[in-house]
Each structure stands twice: as C-alpha cells, then as structure tokens.
Design a protein around this ligand. Structure first.
Ligand code: ADP
Ligand code: ZN
Length: 292
C-alpha cells in the first residue's frame, strides 16, 4: 500500500511517501511561503505517486470537528497567509484520496505510539520544545481533541524565583512557551541555546519550567509515559535535569511504578526524527479505515 504523509510546519512542508508499516520510501521538503506558492508544489509532488490516502500533521490552531463547516481548516494561526485556509478540502480536491488531519504534535504522539517508544500504551504524551512548545496527547488509546485540540504549550507558569524575564508569548507572556521555548531562552540569556551549553543556570531554569508543565500534565492526564522532543531537548543534560525536577516538584504525592522508574517515564523520541512523518502515515491509514 502507498500512503502520503505531510508534516505541515511554519517553516517547511515535509512531504513523504510510505506504507502501512511506517516505512518511508522517499521525501522532499518545501519551504512554507503562502498557500498560493506552496500548495501547488505539494500537489505536484503527490499527484502521480499512486497514494491511497494522505495524512497531515499540521501547525495550528486547526479545526478537527468533522461536523463543523470549517473542518480541515487552519484557523486563527498567526501566519496570516494561512488563516482560514481549507487544507483538507484543497488537497482532497486536488488528489482525490481520503485525507486524515490532526495537529503536528498529535501526529508525533501517534507516530511514537504506533511504532515507537509509547507503543502499546493507552495513555501517552509527546511534547516538543522548539521554536514553540506543543503537546500531543493520547488518552484511552485515542488522540485527544475535545473542544478544539490541546494547546498545552500555553500552560500558565509559576515564575522561577531567580527569573526576571518578562516572557514572550504574545497572548500570555509567561506561559510555558513564553518562558521556555527556544526563542525565550535566547531572549533571556542573549545567546542561542546551543551556545549556552556550559551554563548550568540556563538549563536548571529551563528544566524548572518544563518539569512544572509535566507535573501539571501528570496530575490531570495521568500519562503512562511522556516523550520530550524538539530542538531544545538536543541539550543532553536537559533530560536528567527534567526527571529530577519532576520528582522534586511532585514531592512524593503520587507513587506509581512508572514514576519510580523515571528513566523510562520521561524519554526522548525513538524514531530518528521521523515520528511526525510516520504519524502522518498512520493518520492516512486511519482515514482510509474511517471512509471504508
Ligand atoms: P521547530 O520547533 O521550528 O520545528 P526545532 O524543534 O528544531 O524546530 O527547534 C528550534 C529551536 O530549538 C530554536 O529556538 C533553537 O535555538 C533551539 N535549539 C536547537 N538546537 C538546540 C540545542 N542544541 N540546544 C538548545 N537549543 C537548541
Ligand atoms: Zn501563551
């Protein structure tokens, strides 16, 4: 079976062909400009590839309610050219195949849960700490949508006692994304994350915020495992710091075998950075089944 996968991001569109086992045969990357410029290139790539369905993991916010008139649209995104853009409708029309759709982070959560480190778990999360922060959530075996879809990168934070940084989220200033995404690190310390590798206080503060979010997710969503991806997690000392800080902030309130085995509870992605595109393949497969 041939399936198409599209990882639609704010800076690039990764298009790939793969199959129902998560195998990827080929891929290309197209810069994200405006729909007028970018969409014809995407269609051109997929149109002669004999795919049976396409799956899209998309930047958002997006409309995931099938009964909604704007189902499959990118909605209130700050990327103005893409605001109210009918992503699913346009690709369905151009390619004539079923099109599965979810957030980029739900896609990554699904990729890991289908073929990776959270496989077999009914409740898991995938969090990306990069240019922004987002979380994909699987609960009782299904991707969580709810009213909209989780926007768990915008959890409001308790400030670190030594932090004077104002925060850079345009909506909340000091939410998780405003305090801990890559650009916040750069703005607070005046250097890019990778140039700050030897500054202990940078990563202790970063771990403080990420752990705070993880504690909030743990007490509300009860995930069995949490995957932490994104550029900032390339800092190797982050993962142990986050694990320690989660333990400290939970303060022994919850005792489970998972939390007692922190090294297998908070983990890095396991699919060589293919989790997003593999998740999109699974979205394609699920859409085929849904339409059958
Ligand atoms: P995106 O979120 O745009 O998809 P990434 O997940 O790669 O992309 O995240 C990019 C962000 O991660 C940038 O803000 C960058 O400064 C930061 N980053 C990338 N590599 C590192 C690193 N080794 N250490 C700290 N921060 C990093
Ligand atoms: Zn925010």
């Amino acid at each position: 079976m041939r399936l198409g996968a599209l990882e639609a991001g704010g800076t690039k569109m990764v298009c790939a062909i793969g199959n129902e086992n998560g195998e990827i045969f080929e891929r290309i990357s197209i810069p994200t400009e405006t729909p007028e410029i970018t969409m014809p290139q995407i269609v051109e790539y997929f149109k002669d590839k004999q795919i049976e369905a396409l799956g899209i993991g998309c930047f958002g916010p997006i409309d995931l309610k099938r009964e909604s008139e704007t189902y499959g649209y990118i909605t209130t995104t700050p990327k103005l050219a893409w605001r109210n853009y009918n992503m699913v409708g346009e690709l369905k029309k151009a390619l004539g195949v079923p099109v599965g759709f979810d957030t980029d982070v739900n896609g990554s959560a699904l990729g890991e849960a289908t073929w990776g480190i959270t496989k077999g778990l009914e409740n898991s999360m995938y969090i990306t700490v990069g240019t922004g922060i987002g979380a994909g959530i699987i609960t009782n075996g299904k991707l969580l949508h709810g009213m909209l879809h989780p926007e768990a990168g915008h959890l409001l934070m308790v400030r670190h006692p030594k932090d004077n940084y104002e925060g850079r989220c345009p909506y909340h200033k000091t939410c998780l994304e405003g305090m801990a995404a890559g650009p916040a690190i750069e703005a607070r310390w005046g250097k890019k994350g990778f140039e700050l590798a030897d500054k202990k206080e940078v990563w202790e503060m970063e771990a403080y915020y990420i752990a705070q979010a993880l504690v909030d997710y743990i007490v509300t969503l009860s995930p069995e495992r949490i995957v932490l991806g994104g550029g900032v997690m390339h800092q190797e000392h982050m993962l142990p710091l986050v694990r320690e800080e989660v333990k400290r902030q939970l303060a022994g309130y919850i005792q489970t075998k998972e939390l007692n085995d922190m090294e297998h509870y908070v983990v890095l992605p396991s699919l060589n950075d293919n989790q997003g595109i593999m998740g999109a393949l699974k979205l394609a497969l699920d859409e085929l089944a849904f339409e059958a």
